[in-house]
Design a protein around this ligand. Sequence first.
Ligand code: AMP
Length: 329
Amino acid sequence: MVRDMYKLIYKEIKKFDTIVIARHIGVDPDAMASQIALRDAIKLSFPEKRVLAVGTGSAKFKYIGNLDKLENIQNALLIVTDTPDKKRIDISSFDGFCSIIKIDHHPFIERFCDIECIQDTASSACEIIMDLIKNTKLVCDENISRTLFMGLVADSNRFLFDSCSPKTFELVAYYLENYPFKLSETYKTMYKRPLKEVRLEGYISTHMEVTEHGVGYIKITDDIINQYKVDSASAGNMVNNFNFIEEVLVWATITEDIKNEIIRVSIRSRGPRINDVAEQFHGGGHALASGAKVESFEIAMELMNALDKRVKEYLEESFKLKKEDEDGN
Ligand code: AMP
């Protein structure tokens, strides 16, 4: 079934001379790697086509590749990767597109495309692109293989999550075997960071607050961002470094973004579902990795209270299930 979907996507790619690949606002490595790898695979397969990967870039993820400008779009195909809803697509205009394809691993939010390829159990959008390339005549090379690996590794936090299935490892093995690249060099590119970020990590560990039921959160104000000379996106991304704290089941960075006059909340969980809580605050995401933009630290604290309530419910439910199990029910 999924192969039929890939065939349809390939057929659609073949049909168009101009193809634009977009992804979500608030770029992250999986979103960017999925669009760049797909662009490069299409270009390699069909050198005569004009293929653009568009959206706002980030200096932090420049190592993934270069983006293109959205210009002169007519009779084009739009492919949107890693984005479940139309309002979060990072694109300035929808003019000039005749057909839209979605390739995503988020839980379904809305249908806005002619072809919707959604695999919400995949580790990453890059995993789906890996599968798509492997099962169609799209051409790959070592560089594309490495880009896809970087997106997958970033979204699974180096294979930490249950979203990594036997298929994930099979695909990684396939690409490493057929389009090899150096793992140590790749990890160095992705994870080397300046000392100032490590120092900010120390600040976060020291000042993290923990709610009654185990929600760890840190407010990173603009003053702190300036003091540590980091940018607000890098500060927020540090949420990924705070897994496996015994007393904390859900954790969040609450980062002031003065330039955009917004507070960005990035949330992660080791059990309780959090995306529906984030949705109550106009955010969203995956069951265990979500985010929201809020207007003030006060609203961010309301979100922390709602998360604390969610952890409480989760602990009570887990306790009940354990007890039933012990009682032999
Ligand atoms: P982040 O914490 O920014 O890395 O985002 C984690 C996940 O939540 C990603 O899948 C994002 O697409 C999603 N997400 C982050 N912020 C928002 C938002 N404001 N609205 C909806 N989804 C979001």
